[in-house]
Design a protein around this ligand. Sequence first.
Ligand code: CP
Length: 300
Amino acid sequence: MKDLLGLKDLSAAEITEILSVAADMKKLLLKREKSDCLKNKNVVTLFYENSTRTRTSFEAAAKALSATTASISASTSSIQKGETLLDTGRTLKALNTDAIIMRHSMGGAPRLLAENVDVSVINAGDGMNEHPTQALLDFLTMQEVFGSFEGLRVLIVGDAKHSRVVRSNIWGLNKLGAKVTVCGPSTLLPVELEKMGCKVTCDLDGALDGQDVVMGLRLQLERQSSGLIPGGEYHDFFGITEERLKRAAKNAVIMHPGPINRGYELSGGAADCEESKILAQVTNGIAVRMAVLYLLIGRK
Ligand code: CP
């Protein structure tokens, strides 16, 4: 495979293989050992939107495998002078780039680049479409806690309408055998979710019963047109709190892709409690991204 554009495109076996390699990569990471499997490879992060976790962890992953890295932000590059996406991609190819890790506000932009430039393209989040490596790091975190996905009950709460994370999670978790429920205000629950094969509800307290994983989603205020949710009431109806979590399964964990809007999606207590895996997710992001880079451009 040349590119990683989304989990919709992958089989359960391919997802399982990435998770298996990521588990091995995590052992290297925890020992702070480097591998030279990407020696002489050049990796570029090309971000048209802001990021802390994804960009930093891709750079850490590439460096841990001995690749050279360069970082391009739309706001400080020749994109500001009118250079097109494909011209930027071809320019990076001419600069001996092996992989472009790309985030863009338009769904489908990484696919356009992948289909037109002979470089590996990794989707680091495209509009409301997919964020495959986020879902893969979520799966590695779930696998570490629960061992397997068959019958795992996963509740995803919040702004599903604007979330690429929810779409990648649903595509992947369904293939792995988990049971996914999505909960949020009706204005933020698009009709396509049920067709993707998950349960949809606006009743958070009812939905929490017996869940193994409770994942909050960020309210994507930058993508929302006005009037989708009333301000202060969101947390009352859809905020995940320690009190509400008592309804979930005994060993349930809390997850969130970050960044968190504290006091909206999660209370501070829920974000920081013992059951929270939010920082473990961030660390697992490096291991998963090492695995993806290795499988796409490192494997002989
Ligand atoms: N979860 C995630 O994509 O975070 P960043 O926007 O910080 O990369």
